[in-house]
Design a protein around this ligand. Structure first.
Ligand code: ATP
Ligand code: ATP
Ligand code: MG
Ligand code: MG
Length: 221
């Protein structure tokens, strides 16, 4: 349609370039994965095969897109950090975001059998995504610390919930017990009622996973 009278509509495309020197971060997250994890009988609170599948998809994404220098994820989410000087797709957020989330999703489906050889994928999963614009390394650090803190809070909560249900409490009773409890109280509940030292649970579940490249073409992150 080059040079056609309709070409003027091109100027109506949303401008969403993330300007230099901001860092581009893309976070993908499974859509309604509570249901997805139930339909596929994920072990609760953590199905290690599902975590490994997510990690493997993140490695594939990092390999596919050389400008990604670091990734962090847990549960059904992953954040991908682009190098500061990236010119990938002219730094247009929607282009980058759509590529990452669609590639991640297709790899997730393709690799499903590898991680769940005896479990049929019952329906097509989808992931939503957003772009985050980090103005400095300090803000990037705060962003990643926030996601990791979220990992910790969710994992601790899910571990307590899972144990309470396992020992015979109804889900609503377990939720009531946990309502308003602080980190320390949850640690005590786990230790006193179930003999679980939270800090000794696998780091993979407590802290999440990261993928990083030891060598990047451009040293400026
Ligand atoms: P949304 O569409 O808003 O993201 P969601 O149901 O995916 O909804 P999340 O906050 O993203 O909500 O939570 C992810 C859900 O997926 C949690 O309920 C979590 O228990 C489940 N889940 C993800 N990964 C695993 C895993 N490895 N093992 C067990 N459950 C998992
Ligand atoms: P970009 O990443 O910029 O979109 P692209 O190679 O996908 O790059 P497009 O302008 O989207 O560029 O062109 C799509 C290409 O895919 C064309 O080269 C076209 O020939 C090819 N293609 C798409 N569908 C078919 C089809 N059904 N049969 C044969 N070729 C196809
Ligand atoms: Mg989700
Ligand atoms: Mg999530």
């Amino acid at each position: 349609m080059a040079n056609s009278k309709y070409e003027y509509v091109k100027s109506f495309e949303v401008e969403d370039e993330v300007f230099m020197p901001n860092l581009v971060v893309i976070r993908i997250d499974g859509r309604d994965f509570l249901r997805f994890s139930q339909v596929h009988n994920f072990e609760k609170p953590n199905d290690e095969r599902a975590v490994n599948l997510m990690n493997s998809c993140a490695v594939s994404v990092s390999e596919e897109y050389p400008d990604i220098v670091f990734s962090y994820g847990y549960s059904d989410e992953y954040s991908f950090v682009f190098k500061k000087t990236s010119k990938f797709y002219r730094r247009r957020a929607s282009k980058i975001l759509s590529l990452i989330v669609s590639f991640f999703t297709s790899v997730y489906v393709t690799k499903w059998k590898e991680f769940f050889p005896s479990k049929k994928l019952r329906y097509s999963p989808s992931f939503h995504a957003r772009a985050i614009c980090c103005a400095s390394i300090e803000i990037l650090q705060a962003y990643l610390a926030w996601r990791q803190n979220d990992c910790h809070i969710n994992n601790q909560y899910e571990t307590c919930l899972g144990m309470l249900v396992k020992c015979g409490k109804t889900e609503s009773k377990a939720l009531e017990i946990l309502k308003g409890t602080q980190k320390q109280e949850k640690n005590e509940l786990l230790f006193q009622q179930f003999g679980i030292n939270y800090k000794k649970l696998p780091e993979l579940f407590r802290q999440g996973s990261c993928v990083f490249k030891t060598e990047v073409e451009d040293s400026q992150v």
